[in-house]
Design a protein around this ligand. Structure first.
Ligand code: CP3
Length: 345
């Protein structure tokens, strides 16, 4: 296997450790800010294949990461299903929130796939443009995380409204989660058929769920999505990112059976090495995005600790969450150099 990311995700210890960064295409890059200004709106950027290809390629050209992640967003799924999404400057995403009692009957997965054809066209173009050693990652939001935006109509931090909906109207909420499992599978399958080799499932808000709801709305949907992708596409590797899962992480890793688990920065590395990596499952992560902004000794110390903790098994170096817009370019280059120069134990 000549793509180091695929080797690590297949359970091999790779030296040097493969590296890419969540949100590696984005506002910390001056060339992204210029492209974004030219595109007009964020969704125009996502839905114009040439521009999405260009945004995906920018961090690869500048830094030579081991993987490219398709430039898109998790909210193209509700947008395609028929719940229009808008990105307002400074406000983040705005959707017309589902009110209690609303039904999901009007949403259509066929219409979503039709609407998202430009996204799949970008994947096809990227396979032609990427260097042969660079893996291409596709992605989707996990059902729970996408549901929080669909119910609340915007980004939030505690998702109390979505949880209330789930407790008061469990049948309607379960219907929404089922629809999102199917929509996620259809969207990831279309990306795979267009040429992505790896998919990441972002459950950015898994941490707001109590145990039973975590099992029902985060773990079980992930398990079903991973099992179906593995059945249909045995060569494709799946990374799951249950951000904030805390003590539920080992159960999640084992039961959802993704090829790799992406760890947020709060996860103790020694604990994750013992509970997840020692069982042969790849781990990804988990540098604090804020230490990459800070730079200097704290950055090198933190990166070395992570490399050391995960030196004995399959590991993909990444952040614990997306790169921050204020991150200096120089720190990114220094981090890559540090990871590539690290000697194995
Ligand atoms: O990783 C990459 O480089 C690929 C592209 C990517 C984007 N969003 C581009 C983007 C990926 C993988 C995402 C995932 C995403 N989107 C998540 C899950 C990961 C996470 O960070 O937790 C979530 C929750 C979203 C939803 C979303 N998109 C929000 C809340 C926002 C507004 C906040 C923000 O960061 O601006 C976005 C917008 C967005 N998605 C931008 C980018 C580059 C910034 C938009 C701009 O340029 O104006």
């Amino acid at each position: 296997m000549n793509k180091v990311l695929l080797a690590a995700l297949s359970g091999q210890r790779v030296d040097p450790v493969p590296i890419w960064l969540m949100r590696q295409a984005g506002r910390y890059l001056p060339e992204y800010r210029a492209l974004r200004a030219k595109a007009g709106s964020f969704l125009d950027l996502c839905y114009t294949p040439e521009l999405a290809i260009e945004a995906t390629m920018q961090p690869i050209r500048r830094f030579g990461f081991d993987a490219a992640i398709l430039f898109s967003d998790i909210l193209v799924v509700p947008d395609g299903l028929g719940q229009k999404v808008e990105f307002r400057e400074g406000d983040g995403p705005i959707l017309k929130g589902l009110r209690s009692g609303s039904s999901v009957d009007g949403f259509s997965i066929d219409r979503m796939i039709e609407h998202l054809q430009p996204v799949y066209a970008a994947v096809k173009g990227l396979r032609r443009e990427l260097p042969k050693e660079t893996a291409l990652i596709g992605f989707a939001g996990a059902p729970w995380t996408v549901a929080t935006y669909m119910v609340e109509g915007r980004g939030g931090s505690d998702h109390a409204e979505t949880r209330r909906f789930a407790y008061r109207e469990p049948e309607i909420f379960a219907g929404l989660i089922s629809l999102l499992i199917e929509a996620t599978l259809a969207h990831l399958s279309a990306q795979i058929e267009a040429g992505v080799e790896v998919v990441q499932i972002f459950d950015s808000w898994a941490g707001s769920l109590p145990e039973q709801e975590f099992r029902a709305y985060a773990l079980e949907p992930a398990r079903r999505i991973v099992a179906e992708l593995h059945r249909k596409y045995p060569a494709v590797r799946v990374i799951a990112f249950p951000r904030g899962a805390g003590a539920m992480l080992p159960v999640y890793a084992r039961e959802c059976a993704a090829d790799a688990v992406s760890l947020d920065s709060s996860v103790p590395t020694g604990w994750a090495a013992a509970a997840i990596q020692d069982r042969g499952q790849c781990v990804q992560g988990n540098l604090d995005p804020a230490v990459l902004v800070a730079g200097g000794d704290p950055l090198f110390v933190a990166a070395d600790r992570i490399l050391g903790a995960f030196a004995h098994g399959p590991h993909v170096f990444n952040l614990g969450h997306g790169i921050l817009p204020e991150t200096p370019l120089k720190h990114v280059a220094q981090l890559i150099e540090r990871v590539r120069e690290a000697r194995s134990a």
